[in-house]
Design a protein around this ligand. Sequence first.
Ligand code: MLC
Ligand code: AMP
Length: 504
Amino acid sequence: MANPLYDGLFGAHAGKRTPFLHLLDGTTLTHQDFLNIAARMAHVATRLGLKPGDRVAAQVEKSPEALALYAACAQAGLVFLPLNTAYTVDELTYFVENSGASLIVCDSKNAGELSAVGARLNAKVETLNHDGTGSLMDRAAEMPADFETVERKGDDLAAFLYTSGTTGRSKGAMLTQNNLLSNARALVGEWRFTPQDVLLHALPIFHTHGLFVATNVSLAAGNSIIFMPKFDLDEIIRRMPHATTMMGVPTFYTRLLGDNRFTRDLAEHMRLFVSGSAPLLAETHVQFEERTGHRILERYGMTETNMNTSNPYDGDRRAGTVGFPLPGVVLRVCDPAGTPLPQGEIGEIEIRGPNVFKGYWQMPEKTAAELRENGFFITGDLGRIDEDGYVHIVGRNKDLIISGGYNIYPKEIELLLDDQPGVLESAVIGVPHPDFGETVLGVIVAEPGGTPDIELLQAKVCNSLARFKHPRKLIVMDELPRNTMGKVQKNVLRDQYKELFVAA
Ligand code: MLC
Ligand code: AMP
């Protein structure tokens, strides 16, 4: 039966004993081994009563089994909802409740708390640990290794990825089978992936970059992956001579450059380094080329659209630009009303194409505010197109911090801080950080006569929000700078504290 995503990415490898995942323990999983695990998991899900279109929320460490769960969802027609392992139970509860997930897959260490959440929200809970153990795999072991693929259409939902918003409430971006498949195929062509490639995969698999870009591209091309649980500089250096390509956030590249074992010889076997998810500094691009002879290929994407643009594989990869729109993708630079601006002017980037998501789950108003009727998605990024057609991202029209490739929406942290005793108001900003590019700084104004207890505030943040969102510092000020309209001038704060972490 037809299921474009499963057939295109996974089923295409049925029966192949070709290497898929090279693991750090020296073993290799073939494409067929991987499909067998996925098929067994698909049986487990259907026997638990899940029906096509049901959501599966997964907060699990990176492992071959965690990746197979994505394949299982595709095969059984379920909507895969991967979640950052750093999220707290508070954060997870929102995602499960909002998505109406029927199944939660989590690490055994969180099973107690999440079982309570599951019981309240009518979701089943299975466990899957970093080493592939857990109740999901126990059940899977009893199941047949083949599963009749559930029929799906290209426009059916394949995944939800939650993305925070400027209002502080996360939205579930609904991605269809075609969104994912079309983008993977476009990237295989643009980046010349072939079955002979070996991808160094050190990204997490709960966001667009590690899951849909790195993994889907490899599946679409049929290449193998050196599958690393996380970014570990020593392991990257050890494995690089066996790889041909790597994808990473800018922090990967600055960390590599900070290590003198990373040399031209080490990178000799590589044909391509791709960077994205956050701006790559032009100086990193230049240093990288000086050190290795390779020009990093920078591309631009987002959760709602997968990848939009890429620097050319052949041709000039220009530092500080994100290249050209991918085949099939239309990119325009507009004024707030959606009128395209003359070439060279700065405006908001809008995107249309087969990659653009279907909308935010059960949020028609937010969908309508960001997705125009003519199909253009308003990205919130500010950019311009130069005379050679290269797209430059020059800023953001959305209040967003990107730390080490993770997105942090200040509003979510401000709402929490504002709610605490002794706090009148707060402003959360991103300031330059040598490792993460940007990091989070919180500025607090005390209530009249009150003194906020900084330790208590930090503790509250710790309990409620993922570690990467925590302000690295909380500063108390008498008042926040405001413009004549009374709006907080975050740019003034950013300027004031721009050297707080850089100088350290
Ligand atoms: C980890 N920490 C972070 C952090 N990552 N803090 C802020 N920002 C981050 N990105 C915390 C850790 O919990 C730890 O807390 C401390 O910071 C130092 O940790 P570390 O050991 O140095 O971090 P590490 O585990 O090495 O992780 C850093 C990293 C990782 C950069 C390798 O964050 C990463 O893999 N980032 C990739 C994110 C990604 O895939 N983004 C793509 C989104 S998709 P403590 O308690 O010890 O101080 C997207 C669309 C697109 O944006 O275009 O691709
Ligand atoms: P996310 O919502 O996590 O998918 O993050 C998407 C955002 O990351 C985009 O809207 C951009 O602001 C940013 N981004 C992704 N790639 C790049 C890039 N190459 N340069 C600058 N910003 C980027």
